[in-house]
Design a protein around this ligand. Sequence first.
Ligand SMILES: [Ca+2]
Ligand SMILES: [Ca+2]
Ligand SMILES: [Ca+2]
Ligand SMILES: [Ca+2]
Length: 145
Amino acid sequence: MARVLRILLIILILLILIAVVWWFFQRNSEGDTTTNTTTNITISAPTGGFEAPEAIVVETPSDTDADGLADSEELDLGTKIDIPDTDADGLADYDEVRIYTTNPLRSDSDDDGFSDGDEVEQGFNPNGAGPLLNTQQAITDDRNQ
Ligand SMILES: [Ca+2]
Ligand SMILES: [Ca+2]
Ligand SMILES: [Ca+2]
Ligand SMILES: [Ca+2]
């Protein structure tokens, strides 16, 4: 009888041991889960320093006097960026540079005593002798070539 009791006692102790060990591991694994979650958060969190995207600058040529020529171009030409008609001859800087190819810095490009604006207004070539029509024809020919 005592032997049976001893065996039962051993089984009971074993069961308790197993229960304690199981509880211990269960607790540990729960702890591991928490640790893992924390680790995962740490891993998924951005670690490297991100470079701040540089501001995208859209290059829009500024034209302060709105004469059609960009400020940078006017600076190259020597015309005023805040005056549409630098030489005050009645022809805007843009018209002189792009249309009549006259000197935007000289009010009388061909030096005949009549200002570029007056010549254009009267139908004369501001860049030399002859009527303005020839100039416009020459420009048209130039563009067609
Ligand atoms: Ca301008
Ligand atoms: Ca100008
Ligand atoms: Ca002018
Ligand atoms: Ca002239």
